[in-house]
Write a protein that binds this ligand. Sequence first.
Ligand SMILES: CC(=O)SCCNC(=O)CCNC(=O)[C@H](O)C(C)(C)COP(=O)(O)OP(=O)(O)OC[C@H]1O[C@@H](n2cnc3c(N)ncnc32)[C@H](O)[C@@H]1OP(=O)(O)O
Ligand SMILES: CC(C)C(=O)C(=O)O
Length: 554
Amino acid sequence: MPNHVKYQRGYFMPPEPCFDWAKKEYIEKAPKWVSVDLRDGNQALIIPMSLEQKLEYFKKLVEIGFKEIEIGFPAASETEFELARTLIENDMIPEDVTIQVLTQAREHIIKKTFDALEGCKTPVIIHVYNSTSLAQREQVFKRDKEQIKEIALTGAKLLKELTDEAGHDNYRFEYSPESFTGTEPEYALEVCNAVLDVWQPTPDRKAIINLPATVEMSLPHVFAQQVEYMSKNLKYRDAVELSLHCHNDRGTGVAETELGILAGADRVEGTLFGNGERTGNTDLITVAMNMFAHGVDPQLNFANMPELVELYERVTNMKVEPRRPYAGQLVFAAFSGSHQDAIAKGLKWREEHDPEHWTTPYLPIDPTDVGRHYETDVIRINSQSGKGGIGYILEQNFGYVLPPKMREELSYASKDVSDHTHAELSPEEVNRIFHENYVNHEGRIELMDFHFTHAENNKAFKAFVTVKIDGDEQDVIGNGNGRLDSVCNAMEKLGLKAHIASYSEHAMTGGSDSSAMAYVGVEDPNGKIVWGAGEHHDIITASIKGLISALNRM
Ligand SMILES: CC(=O)SCCNC(=O)CCNC(=O)[C@H](O)C(C)(C)COP(=O)(O)OP(=O)(O)OC[C@H]1O[C@@H](n2cnc3c(N)ncnc32)[C@H](O)[C@@H]1OP(=O)(O)O
Ligand SMILES: CC(C)C(=O)C(=O)O
């Protein structure tokens, strides 16, 4: 049994409790979004992206609406350097998009980073970091607090000097006390304020202080307190954008980010689908779509999620897991009967009562808002499914509107198939089960011919029916109030006694070549309802075929 006693909580509470964030109910306004897919996401891949893949990804990020994109760590590799050069030399950066690059606080790395940016006319953020946590101070850098602060200040000063010397008015700076979550908040504040003193930011040229949960260490509300403490105590606050950069080691990266925004963050770094080191970075799609689901415009557009998933999986070689919020294959799927029933009824209710709003049970957002389809992505059939789902599938995909009781019976037939094959049933398979069991169902009785005359006062019908029973052709006549009734009475004369207990019909509105469907439920001598369906371009023929199907099944 592994021993938990060796673990201790590695985070630090701020000196005074900060709870203003807890009084806020939801995020009212989109933060500034920053994609770090091409840097933090890329550095976590088994095989980092190629230049071409990065360019394709960059274009997609712009299309989604990102205005700040960390394009890489130019000093890390030739590909990262080349990406910056290609984007700059080919004027591929839209005017309203700021590229961001990451550098350690080391002279040769900073200088190489500046080289990569040479000639860039569009806005740039140079992001410098050093670790400030107790663990890294003691174990990695083996320096005390003052010396660690000095690393940050050396980097900050060099950034400013090189920028001022070259007159790069389009450059802004970002500083990350890396491993913030393992750093005493008072000390993180001291280092950040010292960096800000070097940069002297102004409201029209803001600096960025980025608080990374480099490793997620605490419950999200603790992180929120740390962020609120920083937000309230940073110097030059109106000239600082407070940024977050959360990882997901405890599986709560999104929660930390959301609470961090409530706690005062103006800006959020993260990746698509949460790619990133170890358990990944904050999934920006989830944070943005969570806002969207609260009726707030996230200012990022994920209207074609399947296309985005395809691109992401192709270039990163990662998989979007089926239950990844808003994006996974199964996130809108309902297999279970009661959920299907509620969704089918909810969708109908919406159509009839309130098409402007979305309150459909079990579906937090309208799947069509992320490019998914009601017909294929929502109600899916297996052995857990019920009549609501079966009815919905047949109606949406093929235009069949079965009577409720018939749906119920078909749902048990479908359940049985799925249970025995241990497989999901596609809409086509459900349709096949429906047709094989009910529609124009063959058996002992074969309809050969029929015609009608009117009986007394045109109020009743006389049916002349030719059928084969067990291969023997027979002619029979029956009277009735309606055509189907008269055929039913004719059949009774052949010893096929049945009472029509349910009848419904409809024209087909697409999804099938035939133009009419009839559903007939006959009561057998024991009082049981037996169902049949007829499909034909002529409605009378469809209804008689429905009756014969039911009799054949009886
Ligand atoms: C949490 C994050 O995601 S931070 C970003 C991490 N991403 C990356 O590191 C990817 C790109 N990195 C690289 O390709 C390489 O690390 C390079 C090219 C940047 C640097 O390469 P090298 O100098 O060979 O290696 P390395 O990064 O291991 O350097 C370690 C040295 O830098 C120091 N160092 C590490 N980070 C920093 C920093 N942010 N600022 C200043 N010094 C630093 C270490 O203390 C160590 O010093 P020492 O040589 O005196 O022991
Ligand atoms: C460089 C910083 C922001 C980082 O990537 C992290 O701490 O995870």
